[in-house]
Design a protein around this ligand. Structure first.
Ligand code: M6R
Length: 608
């Protein structure tokens, strides 16, 4: 999630841009840069790393001017590096652009522009934008930006300056946030309100496809047809601290609510109706899969739980046997690895020490390593043979939420592609699963509506010392994740059991009042789960069942039932985990815990 800032006014732009960017640091970034207009043209300063690096550069080589754009980059296309940092310019440096989002058709645009003689320096999708604007530029920057965005597919918030129109800053958004700050004889653009709060509390909240021009005439906003719009000013009444969390009390809650978008972004460009599933640049072939001797999925914590669901998906769809292991166990158990072994490592951060050790050991023994990770340029992404990124955006809360659901989506994509290659799925089933995947963002949004019920449930149960999760099949894998979420942020002891295991020991723990969360989304296992619920209810447990709409009969057995929207049985984990995340969140809040920074835990475990 990159951060954008732009300034138009009478003050020195560079320090204001840096200050604005520092207020967006919470969004996560790996490089930063600014471009400022002055009588020499456009001066750009940008570099990999923290904002402090950029500040040091600007101190030794200051750039002057009163109009400028700034950017903190969270790498997507191309690793974090000076050259991939924003702003990006056209070939003759007359146009400079900062961009947040993903231009899905950038390869096609890049090829087309190359055929027209344009040259590219970076690996980014963004660099097509200034060149496209240059191509369409005929003396009117706004018009050139309008024509350019009509060619772009994907999501974007962009800020543009042009040395041929040194009295202007143009910006536009689609599916990426952008606001305008209105000051006294000065104005700002930014990805988020905190970036401008030191200077103004008067804001325009831009909608998709609204174009804004900052100039000495003031601020003008246009729709995509060039009609001028008159928007209401939004007066900010809250403080910057709250704004960083987008109005949510904690990053974890914000990230839970970002899941519909994260799911959509991760599917974007990989699952396209009527086309083959795309695994980005991964070149795994049918011949390779036919020759594979074993597939391991290896990861830690939440990523390991995603791997458990991945096993179901790959085995069911591609009919390939998969073994899942926690990285710290796998690395010391002398696993059988040959040059025909495929190891899939999963890591949000891409820096987890045990996962990285497995990757390195696997490579040494000749295995091919495919990484599913969220951080471009992370050690895992650099060292694996193949990488499939989850586009969750930076995850700040220690408890992983949106990274988990995007890891599930990545596994579905891998499983479907493998099935396609191995011809183990019919065209009808493939199309059905694609359609079901498309429904997920909206259904995840719908599932979030249960938060009030879960908050009430937490209010009534937060004093419990223990809590148990039950499930079968994929529900068991999700139960493990629900149990981990609960213990890591609320410190309530909890365990998850496969329903069939109850009689083999755990049922001894059930007594009057024990709280049990039962997941019942796998229709083929429904009757068996209902029997498990009966077994614990008979022994006095209070059961909340989570099931799919239509399974009303469960109300006869469980104390309360929470319904998820109906979806293909294979995809239910994406929805089923949401109430469990919310439950853990509200339990922790009731107990007064620091939800984003639970005790004893770190976001990235880079040591053993
Ligand atoms: O960055 P990684 O995905 O490799 O991290 C793995 C685990 O440390 C992580 O998932 C951890 O279990 C989370 N705190 C769970 O919420």
């Amino acid at each position: 999630m990159c951060g954008i800032v732009g300034y138009f006014g009478y003050r020195d732009a560079a320090p204001l841009l840096i200050e604005g960017l520092s207020k967006l640091e919470y969004r996560g970034y790996d490089s930063a840069g600014v471009a400022v207009l002055n009588d020499k043209g456009i001066d750009v300063s940008k570099c990999k790393g923290r904002l402090a690096n950029l500040e040091a550069r600007l101190e030794s080589k200051p750039i002057e001017g009163h109009i400028g754009i700034g950017h903190t980059r969270w790498a997507t296309h191309g690793e974090p590096s000076d050259v991939n940092s924003h702003p990006h310019c056209d070939c003759d440096i007359t146009i400079s652009v900062v961009h947040n989002g993903i231009i899905e058709n950038y390869m096609k645009l890049r090829e087309w522009l190359t055929s027209k003689g344009y040259e590219f320096l970076s690996e980014t999708d963004t660099e097509v934008i200034p060149n496209l604007i240059d191509f369409y530029y005929e003396g009117n920057l706004l018009e050139a930006v309008m024509k350019s965005v009509s060619m772009m597919e994907g999501s974007y918030a962009i800020g543009v300056v042009c040395s041929k129109e040194p009295d202007k800053l143009v910006a536009v958004r689609k599916d990426s946030p952008l606001i305008v700050g209105l000051g006294e004889k000065e104005s700002f653009i930014a990805s988020d309100i905190p970036a401008v709060l030191n200077h103004t509390r008067d804001i325009y909240l831009l909608e998709d496809k609204e174009f804004v021009v900052l100039s000495s005439q003031g601020v003008n906003i246009f729709d995509e047809h060039g009609e001028e719009l008159h928007k209401e000013i939004y007066k900010v009444t809250w403080n910057a601290d709250a704004a960083e969390k987008g109005g949510y009390e904690d990053f974890m809650l914000k990230e839970i609510h970002e899941q519909p978008k994260a799911i959509k972004d991760t599917m974007t460009s990989r699952v396209i109706s009527k086309e083959e599933i795309s695994l980005d640049k991964i070149t795994i072939t049918k011949e390779y899969l036919d020759n594979v001797d074993r597939i391991y999925v290896v990861a830690c914590g939440t990523a390991y739980h995603a791997g458990l669901v991945g096993k179901y998906a790959i085995e069911k769809l591609a009919k390939l046997q998969v073994e899942v292991d926690v990285a710290s166990e796998f690395r010391y158990r002398d696993p059988i690895i040959t040059d025909r072994t495929l190891i899939i490592v999963v890591s949000q951060s891409g820096e987890t020490a045990d996962t990285l050790a497995v990757l390195r050991e696997g490579k040494k023994k000749g295995a091919r390593v495919l990484a599913i990770t969220n951080v471009v340029g992370s050690s895992v992404s650099r060292e694996a043979h193949d990488v499939l990124y989850t586009w969750a955006g930076p995850e700040i809360a220690v408890a992983s939420t949106k990274a988990y659901v995007t890891q599930l989506i990545a596994f579905y994509i891998v499983a479907l592609r493998f099935a396609e290659l191995k011809n183990t799925i019919s065209q009808e089933e493939l199309e059905l699963l694609k359609e079901e995947l498309y429904r997920l963002p909206a259904l995840a949004q719908e599932t979030l509506k249960h938060q009030d019920v879960l908050q009430r449930f937490a209010y009534n149960t937060y004093t419990e010392k223990d809590m148990y999760f039950l499930g079968r099949g994929m529900d068991y894998a999700v139960s493990l994740e629900g149990s981990l979420k609960l213990k890591e942020i609320s410190y309530i002891h909890s365990d998850a059991y496969a329903g069939g295991e109850l009689k083999h020991g755990p049922i001894a723990l059930i007594e009057k009042g024990t709280v049990v969360i039962a997941l019942v989304t796998q229709n083929t296992l429904l009757d068996k789960m209902v029997s498990n619920i009966k077994e614990v209810v008979t022994r006095g447990a209070k059961v909340m069942a989570i099931t799919l709409e239509g399974n009303d009969d469960i109300e006869k057995t469980a104390d309360s039932v929470l319904y998820l929207p109906k979806i293909h049985e294979l995809l239910t984990p994406v929805l089923a985990v949401i109430p469990l995340q919310l439950l853990a969140y509200y339990m922790a809040k009731q107990k007064g815990c620091d939800v984003d920074k639970p005790r004893n835990l770190a976001k990235s475990v880079t040591v053993e």
